[in-house]
Design a binder for this molecule. Structure first.
Ligand code: TEU
Length: 569
């Protein structure tokens, strides 16, 4: 059997610290809370903990707006707590991956305060400053240097009245983009990364890292129908110098280190062809990418709020392309859930009567592809989307800004916008992890910063782990299967029945061993098509007569296929 790098056998667990576990009762999760759950994670069997940002931050984007890269925000704890977490993880054979957010800082970062202090500031060129568009006065509508729209609604340029210049922010105005063309910026980032590695960190998940290189000169993008602003994506996604920057980062920070480190590049918009280059070990850029194709298949031209439901065949086509594309060189990340996505069992499956069957089916389908699987906190409990009732229930800047833009600028019906938020808002993934059926689901003794999902009495770790139909225990077995099976780790992927609307059938082959995975994502029992025999891993078709599952596995219908994971030779 061939064997690959250690992370081909690893499973990652993502913690979004403010919603994981609160030890000091202020209603916000913290490092001490995570420390108290290390045995829970060790028992699950995960190898790597990816920790979303804990750095000093005004928390406009829940920590993805960093004001000091080398300080821990007091809301999460102290460096003593951090060192205890590193020690606790390493003592259990687990690793710590930190979130690296260096496409932008907070507008309260000293670098930005200095840069914004004057056009003559020595740090002016650490960010993107531009005069108003030719022929426009500062502040005049249309004066923005380009017509790009922000991911969080509105323009990507904000005026600094003192200088009459605009600064660029692909995300919130509180998240100014660093200018990676400036070697001083790159050197400062590399020094900071080295500082964290020296503190015992085992690697980084790099936030929108393919946005670092912008195509120059900055120019307008096409305005998609129904949109207020242009699409700058083609000019900042995987721009002209991105490979140069990532190769330099690898050389300056990682080369020569003996420890087994890992780098995960979050790359919205990355293509398979580009990912082959980014993750080709011979190029020494990054180990694996987080791509976004499969989490946009259920969206129409209006983007994430324009929900169209998922056709399984589109998912099979997309994942097959990524499996084939990175089969020889490179490596896939496997995820359906994270802090930016709604809960998978609600989005792709059935979060009602057949929540267990659906959560376990999708877990098996995901984990048995070739790549490193990522489990987002609560996914291992089958946590679901949240029945938000009003805009006051939301906290996420992306959702709140969209609500304002859609209702105030686009004249959309607030109830329709709320329905879209209920289905796709990132806050679906950010309500507290549900540990028990007790007060606040055992997350905090205080008032949680965002309300606990009201289904916590029936969906919580204590109940799930004592149930004969435990999602947690199913994930445990999936992880153990990956740890022990070279076929699962490295087996070549082969899609079968590509055109079947509700059967997801694929094989994994290595050194003559064949693993067959069969998943019925519909709500109806499914007779297996002829010819699917031989060594199999059977995901049973235990579909119950629930709502008539359609080919489009939309929330509330779809998967009831139960999964039983066993490998037969
Ligand atoms: O997300 C980048 C990103 O592409 C997301 O904004 C995604 O497009 C959007 O949320 C889908 O609705 C990263 C972080 O994961 C996210 O939490 C941050 O808000 C963002 O970057 C800015 O740092």
């Amino acid at each position: 059997e061939t064997s690959g790098p250690w992370w081909t056998r690893a499973v990652v667990y993502q913690v979004y610290p403010r919603s994981f576990a609160d030890a000091d009762g202020d209603g916000i999760g913290d490092l001490a809370g995570i420390l108290g759950k290390l045995d829970y994670l060790a028992e699950l069997g995960v190898d790597i903990l990816w920790l979303s940002p804990i750095y000093a931050s005004p928390q406009k984007d829940n920590g993805y707006d960093i004001s000091d890269y080398q300080r821990i925000d007091p809301v999460f704890g102290t460096f003593a707590d951090f060192d205890a977490l590193v020690e606790g993880l390493h003592a259990r054979g687990m690793k710590l991956v930190m979130d690296l957010v260096v496409n932008h800082t907070s507008n309260e970062h000293p670098w930005f305060l200095e840069s914004a202090s004057s056009p003559q500031s020595p740090k002016r060129d650490w960010y993107w400053w531009r005069d108003p568009r030719k022929g426009f006065a500062p502040g005049e509508p249309g004066a923005e240097p380009t017509n790009w729209g922000s991911f969080f609604s509105g323009p990507t340029w904000t005026l600094d009245p003192a200088s009459g210049q605009y600064y660029l922010h692909l995300f919130a105005r509180e998240q100014p983009d660093l200018n990676w063309e400036n070697p001083e910026v790159r050197a400062a980032v590399y020094d900071m990364m080295t500082w964290w590695l020296d503190r015992g960190v085992d690697g980084f998940r790099m936030d929108v890292v393919n946005f670092l290189s912008k195509t120059l000169p900055l120019a307008d993008g096409a305005v998609p129908p129904g949109h207020l602003w242009g699409d700058g994506g083609p000019q900042f996604m995987s721009g002209p110098r991105i490979h140069e920057f990532l190769a330099e980062m690898h050389r300056e920070v990682f080369a020569g280190r003996q420890a087994e480190l890992i780098t995960v590049a979050e790359m919205p918009g990355v293509t398979v062809e580009e990912a082959r280059l980014f993750t080709n070990p011979a190029r020494a850029e990054v180990d694996m990418v987080f791509q976004f194709e499969h989490v946009s298949l259920d969206q129409g031209p209006g983007g994430k709020w324009d929900y169209r439901g998922l056709d399984l065949r589109d998912l099979k086509t997309s994942w097959n392309r990524w499996q084939k594309g990175l089969a020889e060189t490179g490596w896939n990340s496997l995820y359906l859930d994270n802090h930016d996505q709604p809960r998978l069992v609600s989005r792709f499956g059935d979060d009602g009567a057949y929540r267990y069957e659906s959560a376990t089916l999708w877990a098996a389908l995901l984990h048995l592809h070739r790549g490193t699987p990522y489990i987002y906190q609560g996914e291992e409990l089958g946590m679901t989307n949240v029945p938000f009732t009003s805009i006051e229930d939301f906290r996420d800047i992306e959702s709140l800004n969209w609500y304002d833009e859609a209702t105030m600028k686009l004249g959309r019906d607030p109830q329709e916008v709320l329905a879209a938020l209920r289905r796709m808002s990132r806050d679906n993934a950010r309500t507290p992890v549900q540990w028990t059926g007790g007060a606040n689901a055992g997350f905090t003794t205080g008032t949680p910063w965002i309300a606990v999902n009201p289904n916590y009495p029936t969906v919580n770790a204590e109940l799930d782990r004592s149930s004969p139909r435990s999602v947690y225990r199913f994930y445990q077995r999936l992880i153990a299967l990956r740890h022990g099976s070279a076929v699962v780790q490295l087996g070549r992927f082969g899609l079968e029945q590509a055109d079947h609307p509700v059967l997801y059938a694929f094989t994994r082959t290595l050194d003559g061993a064949v693993l067959r995975v069969l998943g019925n994502v519909s709500g109806e029992p499914l007779g297996l098509p002829p010819g699917l025999g031989g060594g199999t891993l059977l995901l049973g078709n235990y579909g119950a007569p629930g709502d008539a599952g359609t080919a489009r596995g939309t929330a509330g219908q779809g998967a009831t296929g139960r999964a039983s994971v066993m490998e037969q030779d």
